[in-house]
Design a protein around this ligand. Structure first.
Ligand code: G
Ligand code: G
Ligand code: NA
Ligand code: MN
Length: 253
């Protein structure tokens, strides 16, 4: 109750921030971009994660406002990266509500333009559950965004619905393997077969693969053998502040 009453004020005061998690090429270790992850820098409670933030926003009826605010913030942050980092991509998370909004494509293109960021360097991450409401319309909107140069990632793959059939009907660029599945890689050969099958399927649909939650060198080695293109994870870096990310990126440049 308390947090719900505080959220609007927190957005207006600038207490909602983003953390950036490096995205890295498996084969070379090169930094390729960052995923923006929402954080609430609460004056009394400290940093609250996206799960808490979004459940509060849902109860406060502020989901759309929050998502829009985070998108603007992430785009503005990335637009201010120094020239020498102009090879980096920005990934932002999109909600089911965003995708259902008739103005979503127009709004997103306006935000990108206003921030002065490059649409060609922008990736939208969408969970499977956000797509299932109206898959035909979702596919149309994603196609429009792709026509404007954006790329689309299917997020948290391997949790929830994972009905493989819809993948071939959607205009997508990346498949993100959920941390839960990445964690399995260190286990039995059977578990590895599941991830390997997902990577092979993604490739046969012309999608590149991003593994999330990579924590060990052994996992990274297996992913490399299996042809996974990109990864995120504590092995290299968790989500860090925008300032820390810039230092990280300039150092690994
Ligand atoms: O980093 P963290 O544990 O807080 O992220 C938890 C989950 O919340 C992740 O699945 C992530 O995709 C999601 N998430 C993080 N930031 C955002 C955001 O800005 N918008 C949306 N829609 N989801 C987010
Ligand atoms: O988009 P999404 O659910 O997938 O967000 C990624 C979440 O995973 C964030 O909460 C982030 O803090 C967390 N995360 C990032 N790297 C790792 C990791 O290596 N291991 C685990 N367990 N979680 C991670
Ligand atoms: Na995500
Ligand atoms: Mn994810």
């Amino acid at each position: 109750q308390q947090l719900e009453a505080e959220l609007l004020h927190a957005i207006e005061r600038g207490d909602i921030t983003i953390a950036l998690q490096p995205q890295i090429k498996v084969a070379t270790g090169q930094l390729t971009g960052a995923e923006a992850l929402a954080r609430w820098n609460h004056p009394k409670l400290g940093f609250l994660g996206a799960a808490t933030l979004f459940s509060v926003a849902e109860r406060a009826n502020l989901l759309d406002l929050l998502s829009s605010h985070i998108h603007k913030l992430a785009l503005k942050t990335a637009a201010h990266w120094p020239e020498s980092l102009s090879f980096l991509r920005l990934s932002i998370n999109v909600t089911a509500g965003d995708l259902a909004n008739v103005e979503f494509v127009t709004d997103m293109m306006q935000k990108i333009e206003k921030a002065g960021f490059d649409p060609m360097r922008t990736t939208l991450e969408i969970t499977e559950s956000a797509l299932i409401d109206d898959i035909t319309r979702a596919a149309e909107r994603l196609a429009e965004l792709r026509a404007q140069g954006l790329q689309i990632a299917i997020d948290d793959f391997g949790t929830g619905y994972s009905s493989l059939s819809y993948l071939k009907n959607l205009p997508l660029d990346y498949l993100k393997i959920d941390s839960g599945l990445t964690g399995d890689i260190s286990g039995s050969p059977k578990d590895q077969v599941v991830v390997k099958s997902i990577i092979d399927m993604a490739h046969s649909l012309d999608l590149s693969v991003i593994a999330e939650g990579v924590e060990t060198e052994a996992q990274l080695t297996t992913l490399a053998e299996q042809g996974c293109e990109y990864f995120q994870g504590f092995l290299r870096s968790g989500p860090i502040s925008a300032e820390e990310f810039e230092i990280y990126a300039l150092r690994s440049d």
